[in-house]
Design a protein around this ligand. Structure first.
Ligand SMILES: [Zn+2]
Length: 368
């Protein structure tokens, strides 16, 4: 037997009575706070009424038309769903699910034909913009777990993600301010999830669905908030252009499509392939140039220095061993720096950095 809280409406007055609900063997028992019984509703006579998500609204067949029970407790709702076969609250869900599977089956079949006709790279370019954001978010979440495992070397006894300890919280707040400026200017339909992680490389990566990982080494090698923001703005460019999703489509190919078909990205090798692709983030020069262009414009829109990306790029690429994939995998740095500066030529260079000096000092200590 399970007990939980609910509300009872007697159908004659508008009063809402707090009640205790017990799941008896044959019926729901509704009790007043003083323990007196309000009623017993046999499971077979329960009828579900339209209700918002996460709320169960019940009526008793043959009972007063407006008398009803409202339950918010998820455990109790699940138990009543289990006990009362007549409710069939899942019927609608099942029908929706069946429709979706049919939809995805058609999509997968069409995709197979298209792969045969166009080849995978060209198809990935065409498909990436069509993938619903909800699917991209789920894919991102599945890849995220794997990416974290790959980033976490386990050498430090501190957590992978910086900003949680008391001494790091002001840094986290400063990061949120910086990201907020960029996010507000970008106005994308994808909410960002940004974290600084304990990795020495001067790098940043973007996952499908809006996860952005900034490496500790990038924070420490940035000489101004705008330099750091410039690199993050470039990564936001990859998110906006859905480059991660496109490269996953290319790398994982058909297994991605079947993952979509089954609505399950968590199983098997797909996620591992996907995570490796994202961490290596080896995009073509053209894709990088578009992300640079996006980043430069975003920085200008956010009131930051549109040249800052070129400044940090030039400095770090000039260092003998930055130990960083960001710069190694971004070829022809000199040409890139020149073209970023050309893109920024007509844009205003602000007189103030994106963060105040105390905020920037705090952000530099985000990893303690
Ligand atoms: Zn890039």
């Amino acid at each position: 037997m399970m007990t939980g809280a609910g509300h009872y409406f007697d159908g004659t007055t508008s009063a809402r009575h707090a009640v205790t609900i017990e799941t008896g063997p044959e019926a729901l028992r509704i009790l007043r706070p003083d323990g007196a019984a309000v009623g017993e509703w046999p499971y077979g006579e329960l009828r579900a009424q339209p209700a918002p998500d996460h709320v169960m609204r019940l009526r008793r067949a043959g009972g007063p038309e407006l008398a009803r029970l409202e339950i918010h407790d998820p455990a109790l709702i699940a138990e009543i769903d289990r006990l009362a076969d007549s409710l069939d609250r899942s019927g609608g869900t099942e029908r929706r699910l069946r429709k979706r599977v049919i939809g995805w089956s058609i999509a997968a079949t069409v995709s197979l034909v298209l792969v045969a006709v166009f080849g995978l790279p060209a198809l990935s370019d065409r498909l990436a913009p069509l993938i619903p954001l909800s699917v991209e978010r789920r894919l991102g979440a599945a890849v995220d777990t794997q990416v974290r495992a790959m980033l976490d070397t386990g050498r430090s006894d501190k957590p992978l993600e910086c900003g949680a300890a008391d001494a790091e919280k002001r840094g986290r707040a400063a990061l949120d301010t910086l990201i907020g400026r960029l996010e507000g200017a970008a106005g994308l339909p994808i909410p960002f999830k940004t974290a600084v992680v304990r990795r020495r490389e001067a790098n940043a990566i973007a996952l499908p669905g809006g996860h952005i990982y900034v490496f500790e080494g990038l924070v420490s090698q940035s000489r101004s908030p705008d330099e750091l923001a410039g690199v993050i703005a470039h990564e936001i460019g990859h998110v906006a252009h859905r480059d991660g999703t496109r490269s996953l489509l290319q790398a994982a190919g058909l297994s991605f499509l079947f993952g979509m078909l089954l609505g399950d990205f968590t199983g098997g090798g797909l996620v591992v392939i996907a995570a490796r692709t994202v961490v290596q983030s080896a995009y073509s020069r053209e894709v990088e140039a578009y992300a640079d262009l996006y980043g430069v414009n975003l920085m200008a829109k956010a009131g930051g220095d549109p040249r800052a990306l070129a400044t940090i790029l030039e400095r770090i690429a000039g260092a003998t061993d930055s130990g960083s994939t960001l710069w190694r995998d971004h070829p022809e740095t000199k040409a890139r720096v020149a073209s970023i500066n050309a893109m920024a030529a007509g844009l205003v260079t602000p007189s103030r950095p994106l963060l105040s000096p105390p905020e920037w000092a705090a952000l530099q200590k985000i990893c303690g």
